[in-house]
Every structure is written in structure tokens, then in C-alpha cells.
Write a protein that binds this ligand. Structure first.
Ligand code: HEC
Length: 115
């Protein structure tokens, strides 16, 4: 009796730990999907510069900046240049606040599980 109830708890716990490293944050796949749908990945990659800076470089640049999330949400939505050079990012006006928050928190964590 006791053995069986312990097993019932143990199996789901193993399942969660098994997937934990791949999906440390359940929001990662969602953020990546939003990035794909909004063509972010045409100009940004996780580790290398394309037209825009890599997501890991962005994460590094803003690592100790407590205002970064608000600044970057606004920047992604409105577009603009000046942080990395003269090439501007186009506006992404149709992203809502929740999607912007997901994207920015994913990027600031270095875009884990990205492309
Ligand atoms: C047409 C190319 C292009 C697309 C599409 C694009 N970006 Fe960018 N992105 C850039 C460029 C160029 C910069 C550098 C702007 C600068 O120097 O201020 C940039 C900068 C950024 C930054 C850093 C901003 C800063 O001021 O440091 C973030 C974050 C970012 N992009 C996220 C995104 C996301 C998320 C998407 C999709 C919704 C996206 N980008 C789509 C070209 C692009």
C-alpha cells in the first residue's frame, strides 16, 4: 500500500525534473514562437549578429540595468536606432503588452532554447 502511493508521487516528480533543464522557464517556447511570427529572427539570432545585435549581446549589455525591461519593450514596439549603431529597427506596432513582456524577459535571459 505505502509503496504504491510513494510511486505515484515519485513518477510525476521525475517527469518534471527530466524536462526542467530543457524548459527552465515555461515561457521560453512561447517567446520563441512570438519572435518567429514577428520576423524578429530574420534580423536577430541568439548568438550572432545579423542585421541587429544577437540576443545574448543584448542580454549582456543590459544585465545590470534595472530599467532595461521597460526601455526595451518601448524600443521594440516603436523601433529606432542609436543603441548599437545607425541601422534602425523597424517598429513592431502590433505586439501587445503581454507579448512584449514575454519577449523582453526571454531576451534578457539570453534567449534560452532559441534558434
Ligand atoms: C529589419 C530588422 C529587424 C527586425 C525585423 C527586428 N529587429 Fe530588433 N533590432 C534591429 C536593429 C538594427 C537593432 C539595433 C538598434 C539600435 O542600434 O538602437 C535592433 C535592436 C533590438 C533590441 C535592442 C534595442 C536596444 O536599444 O538596445 C532588441 C531587444 C530587439 N531588437 C528585439 C527585437 C524583437 C523582439 C523583434 C521582433 C518583434 C525585432 N527586434 C525585430 C533590427 C531588427
Amino acid at each position: 500500500m505505502l509503496g504504491r502511493s510513494v510511486n505515484l508521487l515519485f513518477v510525476p516528480a521525475l517527469f518534471i525534473f527530466y524536462f526542467a533543464p530543457a524548459y527552465a522557464n515555461g515561457d521560453d517556447p512561447k517567446a520563441q514562437a512570438i519572435a518567429k511570427q514577428n520576423t524578429c529572427l530574420g534580423c536577430h539570432a541568439v548568438t550572432k549578429k545579423i542585421v541587429g545585435p544577437s540576443f545574448q549581446d543584448i542580454a549582456k549589455k543590459y544585465a545590470n540595468n534595472p530599467g532595461a525591461a521597460a526601455f526595451l519593450k518601448n524600443k521594440i514596439q516603436k523601433g529606432g536606432s542609436g543603441s548599437w549603431g545607425v541601422v534602425p529597427m523597424p517598429a513592431n506596432a502590433k505586439l501587445n503588452d503581454a507579448d512584449l513582456s514575454l519577449l523582453v524577459s526571454w531576451i534578457l535571459r539570453g534567449a534560452p532554447n532559441g534558434n
